[in-house]
Ligand binder design. Structure first.
Ligand code: GSH
Length: 204
């Protein structure tokens, strides 16, 4: 399959999970940085909410990351488990990653990004970090002693690898009490997909 073009933003967690999915599925894609002024108007015209990621294949334009993931699943059958109940669990973790894990992290990242350290609102950073940590218990329970959240690399790995990668890049650690999540993330970082898709300045 070819002709895939992704309007992309390196640090966007929604874009990063698409990059991971595409790489893990072995799909070639032309990546265009959404900050590129020469193409900004082009992708903004494709999406009513003016957000990235936007995936284009010939005449097809898809602009919500989870709709993109579902499309990639439809094409390949490799992003979700086979059994319907396991699919539900995988989708729920993806939703939890977007909504709950992302919420605390956003506070930390938005505060640190672009602001000189001396001006950081430490209360906001601590609040966001605490919110992130509080959300990890559910994930730790879901993972248990499994290698992947579902039976193989799937939707939750794409979503959470991006979130944990951003967390690490912005100085937010997974606490030691969540040993299974730490080990899981270490495994994800060993995969080629991490090296290829991570924003270069965030690779630790
Ligand atoms: N629900 C959307 C959220 C996408 C989103 O919020 N993208 C942000 C970047 S993380 C964005 O495009 N913001 C506007 C911009 O960067 O110009 C999705 O899942 O695709």
């Amino acid at each position: 399959m070819s002709n895939l073009r992704l309007y992309d933003k390196p640090e966007c967690p929604f874009c990063w999970k698409i990059r991971l999915a595409l790489f893990e599925l072995g799909l070639d894609v032309e990546r265009i940085d959404s900050a590129d002024l020469a193409t900004r108007a082009q992708w903004q015209a494709l999406t009513p909410r003016k957000t990235v990621p936007v995936l284009v294949q010939d005449d097809l334009v898809i602009y919500e990351s989870n709709v993109i993931l579902e499309y990639l699943q439809d094409l390949t059958g490799q992003l979700l488990p086979k059994k319907p109940d396991a699919r539900v669990q995988a989708r729920l973790i993806n939703a939890y990653s977007d909504g709950v894990i992302g919420a605390g992290l956003r506070e930390v990242i938005f505060e640190k990004r672009g602001n000189p350290q001396a001006e950081w609102d430490m209360e906001r950073i601590e609040r966001g970090t605490a919110q992130f940590e509080a959300a990890l218990g559910h994930l730790s329970d879901q993972l248990g002693d499994k290698t992947f959240f579902a039976d193989s690399y799937s939707l939750p790995e794409c979503a959470l690898t991006a979130r944990f990668g951003l967390a690490e890049g912005y100085g937010v650690e997974i606490p030691e009490r969540f040993a299974n999540l730490r080990a899981w993330f270490a495994r994800m970082k060993e995969r080629e997909s991490y090296l290829i898709t991570a924003p270069k300045h965030l690779i630790l």
